[in-house]
Design a protein around this ligand. Structure first.
Ligand SMILES: Cc1ncc(COP(=O)(O)O)c(C=O)c1O
Length: 452
């Protein structure tokens, strides 16, 4: 029935869109092209295309300089332009079926540095909720425009990506009003559930026809640390898989407790988020922020240079538009890990492009302002220095219990002040905490089916 459709898909349908009622699926696919504000688009929250294949790119080895396949899942095809709409939807729908978020009664708060806020504004527009996005005031202009376009209101806090804690403090203030409900991406487990189940299993499917069909390493730069939860599922299927978390070199909070401003929007938020299952984080790798911005310039505007350096024209064109800054960060981390782990032909490293280029032109304009001259000669040098010469520096091993303690301590430092108890944080030291949270997917799917 028409009025009920905005209730949206189950977790299972987000992973297997072929299980959606075919008539609804067809309408959703049509709306994806024609009317992004049609609520039927909730059924387009998936990594898969119309043929139920995961949207991905296998990077040209001429660019990566490694034998292993680097497979990137593409998030820009999700409605609203990034996969962050998935966690936003999962958190909202769980709240709806639990009866804690009620239409007409609640205003939805989205603490974010951008994409999650865009996702929240978008989902609220589709599902009929008022949305307030709380975010730093110095993110890329394209982000604010999108939020406004979807009818979201902005509540800005000072700073950039690394000032996300101020958005959390502001959210806690606004939450005192019982009419406000926060889709707290750093704290609430639907974000973990979405990525472990939907992203994790999509990654596993994505390599079926690539190399040896297995995943040797999963690389993700955490913002909320939702995406890295996919690693938990990948390790279940490929126990040999190593999970690497990337951070900006300029803000190495997990690796060394470092805190600083940086340019990789969406990641490196000066904390260990509550929903980060650090038990499965094997390595933390630091990436220079400006390498990501320059790398983006090369891939987006340097097609001719890519071709000159040996990338086939078709491949060079395929890369365009598919990455943002954090996507380049993930690629550089994947190259470093492929070298560090001595991966060879047939091995696969999987990583993620959270969003595409559409929200970063202003960032490249800024790069041009701060760089004297960006000629082809300079782009060629960036190609060699940033991609081909990505090395094994700044890779920290977090597999040993002492190293995990550092991450647990960071989590306590970050979350005890927000009222979480030591017992709750201690429970997260046990794998069963994460398994129990993951198992709730079945329950939620049943509720969603029953109520929509
Ligand atoms: C551009 C971008 N990259 C990476 C991330 C990190 O993803 P996650 O929050 O799942 O860790 C985000 C999160 O908002 C993002 O917006």
């Amino acid at each position: 029935m028409e009025g009920k459709i905005p209730f949206g898909p189950t977790y299972e349908e987000m992973l297997y869109p072929e299980k959606i009622d075919p008539e609804i699926r067809q309408r959703a696919l049509k709306a994806l092209k024609e009317d992004e504000l049609d609520p039927i688009n909730l059924f387009n929250i998936t990594w898969k295309d119309e043929n139920n294949q995961v949207r991905k790119l296998v990077l040209p080895p001429e660019l990566t300089g490694v034998d292993a396949n680097i497979v990137v899942l593409l998030g820009r095809y999700f409605p609203s332009g990034s996969h962050k709409v998935g966690p936003a939807y999962a958190t909202l729908i769980e709240g709806c079926v639990d009866g804690v978020i009620r239409p007409g009664e609640h205003t939805i708060l989205g603490p974010s540095t951008g994409n999650f806020g865009i996702g929240v504004a978008y989902i609220c527009r589709l599902m009929g909720y008022r949305a307030i996005v709380i975010m730093p005031d110095s993110m890329s202009d394209e982000r604010y425009e999108r939020i406004r376009k979807y009818g979201g209101e902005l509540d800005l806090t000072p700073g950039t990506e690394s000032d996300v804690i101020l958005t959390l403090k502001r959210t806690y203030e606004l939450k005192k009003d019982p009419k406000n409900f926060a889709l707290a991406q750093f704290e609430l487990l639907p974000n973990y559930r979405f990525h472990r189940y939907v992203t994790g299993n999509s990654a596993i499917e994505a390599v079926r026809d690539v190399g040896n069909g297995r995943i040797a390493c999963f690389v993700s730069a955490p913002g909320s640390a939702g995406t890295i939860g996919a690693g938990d599922e990948i390790k279940k299927v490929f126990p040999e898989c190593k999970v690497a978390a990337l951070e900006p070199y300029e803000c190495s909070t997990l690796a060394t407790g470092g805190r600083g401003q940086h340019r990789i929007e969406g990641i490196g938020d000066k904390m260990c988020t509550l929903i980060h299952n650090v038990l499965n984080t094997d390595f933390v790798v630091l990436i220079h922020d400006d390498d990501c911005v320059k790398g983006l310039k090369l891939i987006q505007d340097g097609t001719e240079v890519l071709i000159k350096m040996g990338v086939k024209e078709e491949k060079a064109l395929e890369l365009k538009d598919n990455f943002g800054i954090s996507g380049i960060c993930n690629i550089l981390g994947a190259i470093k890990m492929a070298k560090f782990l001595r991966l060879g032909p047939g091995d696969n490293v999987v990583t993620i492009a959270t969003d595409g280029f559409d929200r970063y032109r202003s960032v490249l304009d800024d790069l041009e302002r701060r760089t004297l001259e960006i000629t082809d000669f300079v782009l060629e040098r960036w190609y060699r220095d940033i991609f081909l010469r990505a090395n094994e520096e700044y890779i920290y091993d977090f597999r040993k219990p002492e190293a995990k303690e550092r991450l647990f301590a960071q989590k306590e430092q970050d979350w005890l002040p927000f009222g979480y108890t030591k017992e709750y944080l201690d429970a997260m030291r046990s794998p069963s905490f994460w398994e129990d949270e993951y198992a709730k997917i079945k329950e939620y799917d049943e509720k969603i089916r029953a109520l929509r």
